[in-house]
Ligand binder design. Structure first.
Ligand code: UFG
Length: 327
């Protein structure tokens, strides 16, 4: 295949797994990343990396003019819910305005397909779980709103221009490449499984549980943790689906099984064999009580077939990567 697949945020946690999966599938990835969260060394040998912002239309347009692009997979974004509550304008710029620029560049050059990293945060506090894609979107934090606006933009653009898209609403992405080639490297990560494995390896002094008075069985929040390798596989499935000429689609990517924060901590303790300190704290801003995906649409329409639907496996791979990162 001659044309490139443009991966924005390809030096980041999920993007780095994506470039490996694209290479393995015989595709030619090309990465744009501003390296604000991503790492140069996370981009595999031989994959072109352009350092800059997807919100810079001259920069993006120039890359597109010099490289034929078959599709865009757009990961580059800010992803920390409490940070979005404190700095909403940064999220609306980075996640919403910059996506508009990228999509505009794509439309001008007739790039036919976009796979967009959306999020379960678009549902807000859902009326029921597992959540179907047709349930109302009513985000409760700026992060979710910044992403939902991009879904709307894509919907309008796909009606007006020759472009089809897949919006993948990720639930809680975790774990690392099963072969140990990639993982979550950011030392400032805030996500639960990353923090818990760091605590297990003595890289941090235990862990805070944010909220134990939610309306759940043990009072802590419930999430649907999806292995990063299955998540990137869903993007390959989405690309295949769009290239086959199917219409735009919005799909949840999760396993339809939820675990509470306290259950996750138990699994990390059991798999690591380490009993680290756990402090019960008050709620964190912007957290819904429970988010669990209904996933029939991804399975049926995209042909998504999860391979790592097992919390212990996710934790084992996250631990292996954290060990590899060293102190
Ligand atoms: N949590 C703790 N202690 C920590 C870190 C997290 O108790 O040190 C709790 C959170 O309060 C929350 C749960 O663990 O209840 C999961 O929190 P994460 O920060 O790992 O993830 P979020 O659910 O906030 O958000 C993530 C992604 C979003 C995505 C969302 C969908 O960051 O992009 O999952 O469920 F939208």
């Amino acid at each position: 295949m001659d044309n490139y697949i443009l991966v924005t945020g390809g030096a980041g946690y999920i993007g780095s797994h994506m470039t490996l999966a694209l290479q393995a599938a015989g595709e030619r990835p090309l990465v744009i990343d501003d390296l604000s969260a991503g790492l140069r060394r996370a981009v595999p040998e031989g994959v072109p990396l352009f350092e800059g912002s997807v919100g810079d239309s001259d920069f993006v347009g120039d890359i597109m003019d010099r490289h034929p692009i078959a599709a865009i997979i757009h990961f580059a974004a800010s992803v920390v819910v409490p940070e979005s509550v404190a700095q909403p304008l940064a999220y609306y710029r980075n996640n919403t305005a910059n996506a508009r620029t990228l999509i505009d560049c794509a439309v001008q050059r007739r790039i036919p397909h976009v796979v967009f990293s959306s999020t379960a945060a678009v549902y807000g506090e859902p009326d029921r779980n597992p959540i179907g894609e047709d349930q109302p979107t009513q985000p409760i934090n700026p992060y979710g709103r910044s992403k939902l606006m991009v879904e709307w933009m894509l919907g309008d653009v796909a009606r007006a221009h020759p472009l089809s898209y897949a919006a993948l609403r990720y639930f809680n992405v975790a774990g690392a490449d099963p072969d140990g080639r990639a993982g979550q490297s950011s030392p400032n990560a805030t996500h639960l499984i990353k923090i818990a494995v760091q605590a297990a390896l003595g890289k941090r002094d235990g862990l805070d549980v944010f909220g134990t008075d939610y309306p759940t069985a043990d009072g802590s929040c419930i999430r649907d943790y999806v292995h990063v390798a299955d998540l990137v596989a869903a993007h390959l499935d989405a690309l295949r689906y769009l290239r086959a000429g199917h219409p735009s689609v919005t799909c949840n990517i999760g396993y339809a099984s939820g675990y509470s924060v306290l259950q996750v901590i138990e699994v990390v303790k059991r798999v690591s064999g380490v009993d680290f300190p756990v402090r019960l704290q008050g709620r964190r801003a912007g957290d819904p009580a429970a988010l669990v995906a209904a996933n029939e649409r991804a399975k049926t329409l995209l042909g998504w077939t999860p391979r790592y639907d097992d919390l212990e496996t996710i934790v084992r791979h996250a631990l292996a990567w954290e060990r590899r990162l060293g102190a």
